[in-house]
Write a protein that binds this ligand. Structure first.
Ligand code: CA
Length: 234
């Protein structure tokens, strides 16, 4: 039984009540909020393990809250920018799904959803987050990297990467199928965001892709106009 706290940000009372009742019955602690402002305060005060986010909120867009969350520095705001987020939304088109994921959601479930599927996805996202926070070696297909020794291998053959190439790879591998925005990669790997800096990022991504080209799996995939993801679904 997983007794971690979930923040449920949902402005539809019937949906919120149904989810809160059932998730509580399944052992989670559930904190609810019905608007973006109230949701942000709950993020700061309650430190949930996962956010279930409705996109259409009365006092602001859920996507804007997601942007604000991912841009948090994790210190001043006391909100964890890496908090796992599952978007649960009535906007069910592929475009909306891609947009939600590109903006940093860990998963996206269109309404109407099946409750057992939602619970399975919550557990899967929490498990993935646990794996990330252990800071152990990361393995994606035949690629392996060890954050402690900074060693990287592909099909058991050691690879030589520059410090920035390693940092970029580590960031992408922290969530292998997530699309990372260029601005986020620049900020987190280089610590800055200036006009023209995307060329630096693109050059590093290109070199990294060449070095990983020996795998059957495509690595360092360009998502045009958005950013990069390490690989396709496993
Ligand atoms: Ca809504």
């Amino acid at each position: 039984m997983d007794s971690r706290t979930l923040l449920l940000l949902e402005d539809d009372d019937a949906t919120a009540g149904f989810l809160a009742d059932n998730l509580t019955a399944d052992g989670f602690r559930v904190v609810t909020a019905s608007g973006a402002g109230e949701g942000w305060r709950a993020l700061e005060l309650r430190h949930p393990a996962l956010l279930l986010l409705d996109l259409g909120l009365a006092d602001g867009s859920g996507l804007e809250l997601l942007d604000r969350l991912r841009a948090a520095d994790g210190v001043a705001s006391r909100v964890d920018p890496a908090l796992p987020v599952i978007v649960v939304s009535g906007r069910a088109s592929d475009v909306d799904r891609v947009r939600g994921l590109a903006r940093g959601a860990d998963d996206y479930l269109p309404k109407p959803f099946s409750y057992p599927e939602l619970v399975a996805r919550i557990r899967a996202v929490l498990r993935r987050a646990d794996g990330r926070s252990r800071r152990g070696a990361i393995r994606v297909g035949d690629l392996a990297l060890d954050p402690l020794t900074r060693k990287v291998s592909l099909a058991s053959q050691p690879l030589s990467l520059s410090a920035k190439e390693f940092s970029l790879l580590q960031k992408l591998a922290s969530d292998p199928t997530r699309v990372f925005l260029k601005a986020d990669l620049l900020r987190e790997v280089w610590g800055f965001q200036v006009p023209g800096a995307t060329r630096t990022l693109d050059a590093h991504a290109c070199r990294l892709r060449r070095k990983l080209a020996g795998s059957a799996r495509p690595f360092v995939i360009t998502v045009r106009g958005v950013g990069y993801r390490l690989t396709e679904e496993l």
